[in-house]
Design a protein around this ligand. Structure first.
Ligand SMILES: Cc1cc2nc3c(=O)[nH]c(=O)nc-3n(C[C@H](O)[C@H](O)[C@H](O)COP(=O)(O)OP(=O)(O)OC[C@H]3O[C@@H](n4cnc5c(N)ncnc54)[C@H](O)[C@@H]3O)c2cc1C
Length: 480
């Protein structure tokens, strides 16, 4: 007879609670934070949490704008020290990393060998675990889909403590639900991602001015097939016939042999973001210089000046390094501090292609009428993908940064609720990575019933003690 192995509950000593903040600084929790470095430590914490019924929020780089990785009623498991690049197979382009490795680690390991991550966010600081949980998209979403579509395989620690290998063929139910499952089913351990082959250190960029929403949509429709990346910056202060004006950056990868300086152009030192802006201003000071403009009139002026400046360079193509193009927002570290002593939220809507233009006009008009205009609007094109709770669809998104102050908070939330109704009416979607205001009724209305039913069933199956919870989960899923 084989003796049964006795499972003993590990003894976890909790540190003093610390402030864990949403990226947009609009909410936080005071939580004990554990920072495991090995799979065994993560497994032990899960085992202990199941026995003691402790609630855990998983956290990667903390780059979600709202409360997706904070936990006001439990502990936070910060996975950013579980971050090794384990293997990079140059023949296949498949890189294997621990889930706390960041997008920065992917591109910096790959680029000198001629590889770039297939999907990146506007900042290089998210971890792979966080990126998969939200199933992030890039400026190339319309071409290559979300990050989940480039994952070959991962190992996954379910909340109840099993370690499973998952791929589109093995444990596929978990593969398609853990990716997009916003950290509610378990923890990604190691991840295999297929990197993209590149043949140049730079891309060809075409800056294009559009005078309004009509021109914006027309340009995207006419150009998406010939673009690798497309992104639009929109001036949300413009109204009437100018509503939707802005600048588009189209980027195209160079083909083999087109970059005379390849592979030198792929050297890390040629890709790093410059430490000075305009050659004289240390970029870490930039937010201080921007601060005096962080009120409605100042931002109206900045948006206008940017629009005028973009007319001067209209259609003047240039070449730009991959990192410089992809991580524009990392140029100005701590740019979010311009919102202090207040904070910010991002509100991103995804709308089907047939109704997106009119719905976006309605959304901008609502903000302008309420006197709360967003300071930065970013426009992208998307396509659907097979993940259970994905935010993507066949259409377009607008991501809008709003300042939050004590004086405007209630009015801003009311504006978001009004915009929610426009999105629902147009069969659009929202994105947990960016969210701070969504409510249960809205979430239950926009997700397909069948997908939600499956999600609830998987939550029960893989997390029977409901140990994985975040403030976002409680706000949207547990509060009616
Ligand atoms: C400046 C800026 C630009 C951005 N641009 C884009 C963009 O272009 N496209 C886009 O799609 N997103 C974008 N984002 C959002 C960002 O990519 C997502 O919020 C991403 O999830 C952040 O990853 P993270 O590692 O910081 O995760 P966190 O924010 O710490 O956590 C996100 C979620 O992942 C879960 N999680 C974390 N680690 C694990 C793990 N190992 N296993 C299971 N679950 C885990 C958490 O519980 C949480 O639900 C941007 C964010 C910022 C701040």
């Amino acid at each position: 007879m084989v003796a049964k192995k006795k499972i003993t509950t590990p003894n976890i000593v909790l540190p003093k609670p610390e402030k864990v903040e949403a990226w947009g600084m609009n909410s936080f929790s005071h939580s004990p934070v554990l920072r495991p470095k090995t799979e065994k430590e993560i497994q032990d914490i899960f085992l202990w949490a199941n026995t003691t019924k402790t609630k855990i929020a998983l956290r990667g780089g903390g780059c979600s704008y709202g409360d997706a990785a904070t936990n006001s009623e439990g502990i936070v498991l910060d996975l950013s020290d579980f971050n090794q690049v384990l293997n990079f197979d140059l023949a296949t382009g498949i890189m294997t990393v621990q889930s706390g490795a960041r997008i920065r680690d992917l591109w910096q390991t790959g680029i000198e060998k001629g590889y770039w991550p297939p999907v990146v966010s506007g900042t290089m600081l998210p971890t792979l675990g966080g990126a998969l949980s939200m199933n992030i998209h890039g400026k190339n979403n319309f071409q290559v889909g979300t990050i989940g579509e480039h994952i070959k395989e991962f190992t996954f620690l379910t909340a109840k403590g099993d370690i499973l290998k998952c791929s589109p063929k093995i444990n596929s139910e978990l593969f398609y639900s853990a990716i997009s499952g916003f950290g509610m089913l378990g923890c990604f351990l190691t991840v295999q991602i297929k990197m993209k082959k590149i043949y140049a250190g730079k891309m060809r960029i075409s800056p294009v001015v559009v005078k309004n929403f009509d021109e914006l949509f027309t340009y995207f429709e006419e150009n998406y097939k010939t673009s690798d990346y497309l992104v639009g910056w929109i001036d949300a202060f413009a109204s009437g016939k100018s509503m939707g004006r802005g600048q588009i950056h189209k980027a195209v990868n160079l083909k083999e042999g087109e970059d005379p300086d390849y592979p030198q152009n792929c050297k890390l030192e040629r890709q790093h973001l410059p430490s000075m802006l305009f050659y004289i201003i240390p970029k870490k000071w930039m937010w201080i210089l921007m601060k005096p403009f962080s009120f409605n009139l100042g931002m109206r002026l900045i948006n206008f000046a940017k629009y005028v400046a973009s007319i001067l360079v209209n259609h003047k193509d240039y070449y730009q390094g991959h990192a410089e193009y992809a991580f524009l927002l990392d140029y100005v570290p701590n740019w979010k501090f311009i919102y202090k002593p207040g904070s910010m939220i991002q509100y991103q809507v995804f709308l089907p292609k047939d109704t997106a233009k009119e719905a976006m006009k309605e959304i901008f008009t609502l903000g302008q009428k309420a006197g709360i205009v967003n300071y930065l609007s970013v426009f992208k094109k998307h396509k659907p993908d097979p993940f259970l709770l994905t935010h993507s669809l066949d259409g377009f998104s607008m991501a809008m940064d709003f300042p939050v102050t004590k004086a405007n908070k209630q009015k801003l939330w009311e504006l978001c609720y009004a915009m929610d109704e426009v999105v629902l009416r147009n069969k659009g979607k929202f994105y947990f990575a960016k969210d701070s205001t969504l409510r249960n009724r809205i979430m239950e209305s926009y997700f397909p019933k069948e997908n939600l039913k499956k999600f609830y069933a998987y939550k029960k199956k893989y997390d029977p003690n409901q140990i994985l919870q975040t403030d976002l989960y409680k706000r949207i899923f547990l509060t009616k």
